[in-house]
Ligand binder design. Structure first.
Ligand SMILES: CC(C)(COP(=O)(O)OP(=O)(O)OC[C@H]1O[C@@H](n2cnc3c(N)ncnc32)[C@H](O)[C@@H]1OP(=O)(O)O)[C@@H](O)C(=O)NCCC(=O)NCCS
Length: 350
């Protein structure tokens, strides 16, 4: 790769492939014409595997050189983030992985069934079907009849263009610009750009107490850790851990704090329409970290989140932490009923 600063490590490239389901496959037909297909693929047994009808165009490509690519647009970056006048700095940040090799037909029925089952698991994660196995009479004919092919993961090249070519101070300014722009994918883009540029200074909006890192976006996998922190709190009585985790993932704004080892030590979330009404929930700091400013940092960050910051009325309920929220302008609702506040609050409880 010409620009080595963008090159993914082999492990990063494979991890990225494993998260992708849609690929472009380029090869040639037997008469040498170019072939380009978009397909669903899955990593199985060190192959990027895909399936097709046995008489399709892809069948003709078996045994031929091919390249399969998966890509993800992380953020479009306007020129104005870097220059007030000149168009040239406009760019996109993205991740892209290419697998070069030869298309091989996978003929072992057990391996074919594994590939088809793996596709089901990523594309129909809710299940609801009998797992595909090669010796199940219900699936035997289908497994035998389909073409399952793959490209061995020998030549995997990944590129993550995430501002690694920028100076540390420019990266910090870029993060701030993404936060201020606040398009739906921007909090996640901030997380990815930051991870790719560990030497960049922390921008002011992510300023945190010593040994703490604030996150404007959390991956779905962090929900279980946050649910564990919330389990047993007085306002979550009667909810299961799975429900608590789902509530984090389903929020419009979800921020967190980690310690130096990367473990979650605090979190806050909000659901918000971005204009009229938002509600903050589940502000939590791990007991060992309380009293050091983490709760305030999380509250500030969730209120500043693009999904919340322009919202006219932000509400929350608390039994005893009024003092914390008063620092951010919260008052008792009876003292200042918000615009459009119903005279009778009604509720439906499942
Ligand atoms: C409430 C909580 C999130 C605060 O987090 P924290 O990291 O300990 O708080 P901080 O260190 O950022 O500071 C909180 C500030 O609010 C004040 N405060 C007022 N009432 C408070 C309360 N009940 N709990 C904690 N802080 C309170 C503190 O005195 C402090 O102000 P100060 O720095 O001027 O003394 C944390 O204690 C916690 O997780 N508690 C259990 C869960 C909970 O009650 N969550 C709130 C539900 S609405």
């Amino acid at each position: 790769m010409r620009r080595t600063e963008f090159e993914m490590t082999p492990a990063e490239a494979r991890a990225f492939l494993a998260t992708q389901t849609a690929f472009h496959l380029a090869s040639t037909t037997p008469d040498g014409a170019p072939l380009l297909r978009t397909l669903h693929g899955v990593v199985v047994d060190d192959y990027l595997a895909f399936h097709s009808a046995p008489k399709g165009e892809k069948t003709g490509a078996v045994g031929r050189a091919a390249v399969a690519v998966a890509e993800e647009l992380v953020a479009t970056v306007p020129s104005t983030f870097f220059d007030p006048v000149k168009a040239c700095p406009a760019t996109t940040y993205y991740r892209s992985v290419a697998v070069h090799g030869v298309i091989e037909e996978l003929t072992d029925p057990a391996q074919k069934a594994r590939a088809l089952q793996a596709l089901m698991e990523v594309l129909q994660p809710g299940g609801g079907h009998r797992p595909i196995t090669h010796d199940d009479p219900m699936y035997r004919a289908a497994v035998n009849g389909l073409l399952v092919a793959g490209i061995r993961l020998d030549q995997v090249a990944g590129k993550a263009k995430l501002a690694q070519n920028r100076k540390p101070a420019e990266v910090a300014a870029l993060l701030t610009s993404l936060w201020q722009r606040g398009e739906p994918g921007d909090p996640r883009a901030i997380a990815l750009v930051r991870a790719a540029n560990p030497g960049a200074p922390t921008p002011a909006f992510l300023a945190a107490p010593p040994d703490v890192t604030l996150h404007p976006w959390l991956p779905a996998a962090a929900a279980d850790e946050v649910a564990a922190l919330l389990d047993g709190t007085y306002w979550n009585t009667g909810f299961t851990r799975a429900e608590l985790a789902a509530a984090q993932r389903g929020s419009t704004a979800w921020v967190g704090a980690t310690d130096a080892a990367g473990a979650i030590i605090g979190s806050a979330r909000a659901i918000s329409d971005g204009a009229k009404r938002g509600w903050i929930y589940d502000v939590i700091v791990a007991p060992a970290w309380r009293g050091r400013g983490v709760g305030q940092a999380l509250t500030r960050l969730v209120l500043d989140h693009p999904a919340v910051r322009a919202t006219a009325t932000v509400m929350l309920g608390t039994r005893d932490a009024q003092g914390l929220y008063a620092k951010f302008g919260f008052v008792d609702v009876a003292a200042r009923p918000p615009r459009g506040f119903a005279t009778t609050d009604m509720v439906r409880v499942r």
